[in-house]
Design a protein around this ligand. Sequence first.
Ligand code: ADP
Ligand code: MG
Length: 717
Amino acid sequence: MSAKARFDAIQSVVTRKAQGTLQEKRPQSAHFGEQTFSLQEAQRRLPKDVFKKLRETVLGGAPLDPAIAPAVAHGLKEWALERGATHFTHLFQPMTGITAEKHDSFLSYEGDGLIERFGGRELVQGEPDASSFPSGGLRATFEARGYTAWDPTTSPFLVKHPNGATLTIPSAFVSYTGESLDEKTPMLRSQEAISSAAMRLLRLTGRSDVKRVTCTMGPEQEYFLVDRAFFALRPDLVACGRTVFGAPPPKGQELEDQYFGAIKDRILAVMSEVEHEAIGLGIPVKTRHNEVAPAQYECAPIFEVVNRAADHNLLILELFRRIAPKHGLAFLDHEKPFAGINGSGKHNNWSMATDGGENLLEPGTTPIKNTQFLLFLAATIRAVFKHGGLLRSSVASAGNDHRLGANEAPPAIMSVFIGDELQGIFEQIGRGSGAHNDKRGTIDLAVSAIPAISKDTTDRNRTSPFAFTGNKFEFRAVGSSQNISWPNTIINTIVAESIDYVADRLEAELKAGLSVGDAAAKILPGLVAEVSPVVFNGNNYDEAWHREAERRGLANDRDTPAALRHLVSEPSLALFERYKVLNRKEAESRYTVRLENYCKRVAIEAKVAVEMARTGVLPAAFSYLGRLAPLKDVPAAGEAFTEVSKLANSVAQGIKALEAALGATHHVSNVVEEADAFRAKVLPAMLDLRASVDALEVRVDDDLWPYPKYREMLFMV
Ligand code: ADP
Ligand code: MG
């Protein structure tokens, strides 16, 4: 064993230079969306009546008229061929967390020769077979056929590569029997659910101008960039995206000098190239900065309709994966690549908006707008109160388990932060209108406006999993590697149900003859009282809160197997059915897929840990012992020899224990038990092994340690 490869990697890192790759001189707005077949592009290329129908589908969510598909496909093909495309693909989101694509060329025999052809059917539906994707038992391989279907609400786009381009069609993925096999389909269904519930409530309050409600989403993406030379020497990073070993560096994040620090040139080169590509794809990327942990960064777009935001977030991740290596860097989207420093999440900024662009969570400036705001706000909070467990389950994964509950991310307890101002308003409402003796004065819902909630006062609490930040909610528990479609499917669905609940109550009062204002004033105190157990404005990291939350009856599911149970609880299954988001079979299959994913990920980590410990760590320890052996008479060397041989023995025992734990996961009768074995046996055994390995790392001769250390990976760029 020697550290030669490690030292060579350090050498290559210190000699690397930032690479300028962009020639772009135009402002971003000038090339925004130029790689997409946008509505403007469609208008230029399609017959008037075809365009009109397509526009209705894209903007209004009307189903695509099959009669226009051939014309749309033709226009699209011409557009793509002019830009050098040779192939097309339906891009879909199987339950793997990432996207999938299968490319076909446009070529087709026509008479005696080959020509480029792209028919309406090929645009609208693909048949990738794709029998190897996880389906949680929904598909046996003999009926494995899966179909992809164009989601016309997001534009087709071109993905350029060094030798050409591919026309890419964002798609849903369903089985032969119509069951959803992907993340997009339930998301689109949940959009329908919340739109009709919200429309119903709006109509009750006298709003007849709104035709559609959509959810808006701005996901703030955190990630790490480390040098590829280091990455390549870490089997754990290569196989699992996280380090299973690594002693804490002398300097971590305690100086807080990384957060919002000056961005290094090599990093900026990656960021700007990703952003340039993203802008071309019509992704409104806006913010970039250094995050709290060393080597950690953030990328945030301007918010969009949630299904587009989800597509775009997946594309951003793909761009980073593709572009970072060109700059000699590895992109890590794992929730916890390095122990002891912050992990990465994805802050999901979520709200609801009308087709006219009105944000339904914007505090009003008139009494009627206030009423509307308070009703939607109360409904959203109630959703978290009623279905906190399900919401928690939507972000459960092996990776995110390292994050939720540590003092860097919101805990596994789902609560809502509303801030002092709204808290005051809630308390007044709770006392009933007309109450006073409050220094803030009294709010008479029927006549007065709620003052605009200033962002400054609401955004201070960074410890809350679900925080109201002025005119939207920020769900902070989402993992950095996750497809945001799923957590947003859950938010949409649980909020839809609570909006209906509020609408039921309002409707009853209206039927009894009350005005909208009076009816709202009558039901709000009850609503506020009902949801108050889930409202918490304090420090969510505080142990006292964990006890208090238990007293309030809020769930605290600390790990994935525990959290996922909520996905298939009776209330959840009934909810999915009622809102036509998932049928029981689909929900159960998702439960299985997610549990399997958990098991597989932990298994990979455990196997990598065993291999690294056996083939890298122990040999380094033995070499060092060999160096020390002749010097045993020197007291310091003798002491080191004893210490290192003890630790080497614990590593050897740790390997055996971990292998035994892994073996035990085979003796189970179903995936629920299997996941439990990984949680209860494998993960603790990995931690035990890690403790001895990390102790060895800081004792073995640096000249022998084969794996790049935290102090190198995190600080050398
Ligand atoms: P921060 O949370 O860091 O203070 P901002 O609040 O400005 O930053 O924005 C964070 C994200 O929230 C951005 O992606 C922004 O586009 C998004 N956002 C702002 N308003 C809304 C909204 N109404 N719905 C969804 N996302 C929104
Ligand atoms: Mg934020």
